[in-house]
Design a protein around this ligand. Sequence first.
Ligand code: NI
Length: 226
Amino acid sequence: MLVEIEQVLGEDDVQAFLSELAAATWSDGRGSAGYLSRGAKNNEQLPDDDSLALKLGKRVLAALETNATFVAAALPLKIVPPLFNRYQESREYGPHIDGAIRPVAGTPHRIRTDLSATLFLSAPDSYDGGELVVEDTNGQREIKLGAGDLVLYSGGSVHHVAPVTRGTRYAVFFWIQSMVRGGAERQLLFDLDCTIQALSASGAEQAELVRLAGIYHNLLRLWADT
Ligand code: NI
């Protein structure tokens, strides 16, 4: 699954985030990497318990809750509190895979990382390089989105962030445990949901729409855990 969602954060929010992040105190990103990814990781992050990260993270979660496309694609059960990273010139994160289980800092809770998400904050013309490159069954996808846009991709994909060769790349990243564990089932549900929405907008017969919605919910009942 690889889904791009535009304007999860609006322009005003993005500007407010960027000005606060520019003044933040950044730490070496290797502090939070597993032993295999530590060698590949060369970026900066705000610590998990950083008060600015917690404050901005709550705003991201609030925006996600009301984003119909995000909810339909991810079918979120739990979301790791969003984290923030910065890649200045010559920084990068080589090929790695995200750990399957992510502890939630300061709590006894753990989250299975079915989906990874990156929300781009920097305008794409403000830096060169810095593409998120995700390997999936169709090969490599290079992703560099507009400020405020988000990409959702399978937590099981090998991925990297290409070196930044000019400017600074700020982003939000986090993981989601979905109500539907299997990527193929989740993709089917998302495709069906999008089709029902499109049919509804085109004025399709109500009785058939209700039947289709019934199929959607019965599949969800079959596959979802809450
Ligand atoms: Ni990663």
